[in-house]
Design a binder for this molecule. Structure first.
Ligand code: B1M
Length: 210
């Protein structure tokens, strides 16, 4: 692993080191996608595994997440399509009660990279904000959940879209570590993707673009 400092920096929560080496890798011509999927994402997986083994606790996870975010911020503008008419609009958010944003941000980056305009609603997003985004013209409502306890908020949003008479006008896509295709089917979502690049592919399929 040539830029091991990126991986180690995320695991150790060393944001300046991550930024420095992400920039070094970019300057040396390493593809942003390689930096993301070969260094940043595996490092965050390692953090998760340490948490599961009770070697890391919430503060360590938080500083690791911040370090990863710093790296992602350098990659985001490079991965987004530039100066091209968007192929569709996606409103993206982590559902109510859920503060996990890294996966959601990765999905956003991949959607942007695929040519979508992404309206990032942030984290802890209540159903009515997704409904408002649909009213404002979003064609895809994309929801992320990382907690088993917040997954039902996806169904709440779908119900709210039905109640607002908007369900037929938008496609609903769901994802996040505990979410499955079976769960997506169960709550009446139109699509599910297991990862960020799959999410970009799925959004295109849902809008009949591929
Ligand atoms: Co949290 N946390 N966390 N956490 N955290 C998990 C999710 C957990 C699995 C850890 C564990 O116990 N093993 C566990 C959930 C258990 C469960 O419900 N099954 C957990 C818990 C319990 C908690 C707290 C309750 C802890 C506490 O306070 N006691 C608390 C809850 C806070 C809240 O949300 N209300 C909490 C807090 C936090 C931090 C704030 C410290 C931090 C988040 C910081 C941040 O995001 N700014 C955090 C972190 C970092 C994690 C872990 C370590 C990493 C999550 C992550 O970013 N993964 C996580 C453990 C783990 O994953 N092993 C854990 C990397 C990211 C790239 O993956 O988000 O899965 P992921 O996204 C993927 C796919 O899922 C998919 O694409 C992404 C990229 O490929 N995807 C989509 C995601 N959204 C999608 C949407 C789509 C399609 C695909 O379409 C719309």
């Amino acid at each position: 692993m040539e830029y091991k400092e990126i991986y180690d920096g995320v695991v150790a929560g060393n944001a300046p080191l991550v930024k420095e080496y992400v920039q070094k890798a970019l300057d040396a011509g390493v593809e942003p996608g390689v930096i993301m999927f070969e260094y940043l994402v595996p490092a965050m997986q390692e953090v998760g595994e340490r948490f599961e083994r009770h070697e890391y606790f919430v503060p360590e996870m938080l500083i690791a997440a911040r370090a990863m975010q710093g790296g992602l911020n350098l990659l985001r503008p490079l991965m987004a399509a530039s100066g091209v008419e968007p192929i569709g609009t996606v409103a993206l958010g982590t559902v109510k009660g859920d503060l996990h944003e890294i996966g959601k941000n990765l999905v956003g980056i991949m959607l942007e990279g695929a040519g979508f305009k992404v309206i990032d609603l942030g984290v802890d997003v209540p159903a009515d904000r997704f409904v408002q985004a649909a009213k404002n013209g979003a064609q895809v409502i994309a929801m992320s959940a990382l907690l088993t306890t917040t997954m039902p908020a996806m169904k709440t949003t779908i119900d709210a879209l039905v109640e607002a008479g908007l369900r037929d006008r938008v496609k609903v896509m769901v994802g996040g570590a505990p979410v499955t295709q079976a769960y997506a089917d169960q709550i009446g979502a139109d699509g599910y993707a297991p990862d960020a690049s799959g999410a970009a592919r799925k959004a295109k399929v849902l809008l009949g673009l591929s």
